[in-house]
Design a protein around this ligand. Structure first.
Ligand code: BV8
Length: 233
């Protein structure tokens, strides 16, 4: 029966933890050294663009040092081999899903390797540092380029496409997220209200665990390949 299920997978920082990318809310997580309001809001960027650019420059540079882990690779295999549709929606801004073989990943909170012009809205791939002296390649505005990241208070990307995918799925799976940030944390409730099967794979119980039919606790690098084997055999 599972061989043609349409599956929507929501991932969070936990799926990249075993690749060495810090999560947000675990001990030693990013928010312990940087208060959210200091670096991940439009107000913070207006107040201190150099600090915010530096915070994202560090994280963009760190991408070059890390590799996708077994969980990213297993999801790439699932997309390639499963007969039903597999839609990956990630809250992560790293490129490890793509480097693990996944296609058409929906980055609802943006991407470190993309740049956005706050003056004209132009978007382009960018893997180096961004500085407040940079000019937008489209409108030439100095200081236009900003991280293409959805900050708190900004509307996440592709919400219509995500909702359509949840409506059309049979199974909603959440991997490596604390369920602390909305609207992503609300997707499981949408899935439940539509009568979908729901599964959580997470290191520990999350704020939304009680919404899932099944919750498996453990590292994604172990749980995700095991689950993908189950679905594919
Ligand atoms: C918006 C980019 C409105 C930055 C991020 C109700 C409805 C709607 C909004 C709200 C609401 N209530 C409050 C809000 C506002 C706010 C919000 O949710 N605040 C929270 C703090 C209460 N939401 C917003 O502002 C959103 N925008 O609502 O806009 C709007 C409407 C109209 C018009 C305009 C606007 C925008 C939210 C996006 C913010 N940006 N990221 C950046 O990356 O630098 S969110 C940030 O947290 C991260 O991106 C991350 O994606 C996200 C969630 O964190 P997780 O990924 O879950 O990571 P976390 O560390 O929390 O947890 C890791 C988990 O992994 C843990 O559970 C751990 O146990 C597990 N784990 C660890 N290791 C492993 C593991 N699991 C498996 N294996 C392991 N090895």
């Amino acid at each position: 029966m599972t061989d043609s299920l349409n599956i929507v997978i929501l991932t969070g920082a936990g799926i990249s933890a075993e690749s060495g990318i810090k999560t947000f809310r675990d001990t030693g997580g990013l928010w312990e050294t940087h208060a959210i309001e200091d670096v991940a809001t439009p107000e913070a960027y207006a107040r201190d663009p150099k600090l915010v650019q530096h915070f994202y420059n560090l994280r963009r540079a760190a991408l070059k040092e890390v590799e996708p882990n077994a969980a990213h690779i297993a999801l790439g295999r699932l997309q390639a081999e499963h007969k039903g549709r597999v839609t990956i929606v990630t809250q992560n801004v790293d490129d490890l899903h793509e480097r693990g073989g996944a296609k058409d990943v929906i980055h609802m909170h943006g991407e470190l390797l993309s740049c956005l012009c706050s003056a004209c809205g132009w978007r382009w791939n960018h893997s180096d540092d961004v500085s407040v002296e940079d000019k937008c390649p489209a409108c030439q505005t100095v200081g236009g380029p900003r991280p293409d990241i959805v900050w708190f208070g900004e509307m996440p990307y592709e919400m219509g496409r995500i909702e359509e995918a949840v409506r059309g799925c049979d199974l909603f799976v959440s991997i490596g997220t604390s369920g602390a940030v909305y609207p992503a944390a609300g997707f499981v409730q949408m899935a439940r209200s539509l009568g979908k099967q729901t599964l959580e794979l997470n290191l520990e119980a999350s704020e939304g665990s009680h919404f899932f039919h099944e919750s498996r606790l453990g590292p994604a690098g172990t749980l995700v390949p095991e689950w993908v084997d189950e679905v594919l055999t």
